[in-house]
Design a protein around this ligand. Sequence first.
Ligand code: NAP
Length: 306
Amino acid sequence: MKQTEILVVGAGPAGLTAGIYAARSGHKALVLEKSFAGGQMALTSEVENYPGFSEPVSGMLLAQTMEQQAIRFGCDVLNAEATGITAAPAGFEVATTAGPVAAATVIVCSGVKPKLLGVPGEKELSGRGVSYCAVCDGPLFKGREVAVIGGGDSAIDEALYLSNIVARVHIIHRRDEFRACPFAQQRLRERANVTYHLSCVVESVNGTQRVESITVKNLKDASTFVLPLGGAFIYVGWLPNTAWCSSLLALDESGNIKADDRLCTSVPGVFAAGDVRNTPLRQVATAVGDGALAAISAHDFLIGKR
Ligand code: NAP
């Protein structure tokens, strides 16, 4: 069985930073990477508020650079997904798709997954016009009309990205005000090919083989209309990836892992960092700070045990 001192589950900005700090603290560190480095950050077209870059930087490039940095300090990266965790005599045993890993400490950085809208047609047409990733799928809709559903930073940032590619972006938001940062909102307002449908919700996504239209309801007058388009990009929030560890760790009422100000979870020796925990701010900058602190807390735990 693979063995390590610090096992980091997840290779987003929190996990990769934890890997950097764990390895630099002199520990044997292993980061589990489910599919590719960077998590949600890697799926972000442009990161423009992460300090150190005067111009926007591609999320994918930032992810690859963080991963190379972790590897340079001696951190190992294993392409595998964690599927369970149990307490073991010398720490923990984490079940993964590449076999079990024994670890003295575990840092949970498993991030989030997109929240579904929950309307008819969404699941059926997922991957056939319904998408949760503009960077991955946006280019497929070059010259066509698409909808972006949501009013947070993700929706506005990715609408901005899509407006460079598609003929028209329809923003569907359930309120008249956006929660996204005003700077991004202003930039989107300057785009001529964006149409706003405010106080509106999607009732269904329609199509046989692929998305052909969405049915939208105006919440102010209860009228409905059908918007013909090729794609629907859904950005209505995220859910923490905790199915693999929720039997061991305490979660808050929203399903986030409870962690204290040293990022210790309810189980000594397990730490949580980044979007998966009960955090008031979900940014690359805060995830990176979390990763550093969680690794140092894991280091202190190991030193205390020695
Ligand atoms: P979010 O802030 O939770 O926003 C979700 C949006 O979806 C809200 O506008 C919400 O409407 C809407 N919504 C939720 N459920 C809905 C439903 N069932 N039907 C219709 N609309 C629904 O999620 P996010 O935009 O993905 O951002 C998540 C976190 O990451 C935030 O902390 C954000 O600041 C951060 N983030 C930051 C950046 C950046 O700094 N550039 C980029 C991406 C994400 P209401 O507004 O009415 O609640």
